[in-house]
Design a binder for this molecule. Structure first.
Ligand code: ZN
Length: 115
């Protein structure tokens, strides 16, 4: 994989031993507290790309589940309910409403072709 601008920036703009950005010091002889704005920009771009990939994966999986359980919405809710229970055990700090929406709530929303 070819490194994008974010990877190249993050490879150079690293925290120095004194807490300043080593990249800013080496490239521009500038003392900048780490993370500098270049590192923050690259980190936020990467986070946005990861979130977009995750959301696309979730949309795809929901489409597949709707097709698999077409005409059996209760079975789908029971199947996902088991994962909801597991997730609430694994993440007791997560708000119950958010977990419910993520695991089961979306099944009650209208799908791409109605229900
Ligand atoms: Zn920097």
């Amino acid at each position: 994989m070819i490194a994008g601008p974010e990877e190249m920036i993050l490879a150079v703009h690293v925290r120095g031993l004194d807490g300043m950005c080593a990249g800013c010091r080496a490239w521009w002889a500038r003392l900048t507290p780490y993370p500098c704005w270049q590192a923050e920009w690259a980190t936020s771009r990467q986070a946005r790309a990861i979130t977009a990939r995750f959301l696309e994966g979730a949309r795809t999986r929901r489409r597949e589940l709707r097709a698999e359980y077409a005409g059996a919405p209760v079975s789908l809710a029971l199947y996902l309910g088991a994962y909801l229970v597991q997730a609430s055990e694994d993440m007791p700090w997560a708000p119950a409403g958010a977990l419910h929406r993520r695991f089961v709530g979306w099944t009650r929303e209208a799908g791409p072709q109605g229900r």
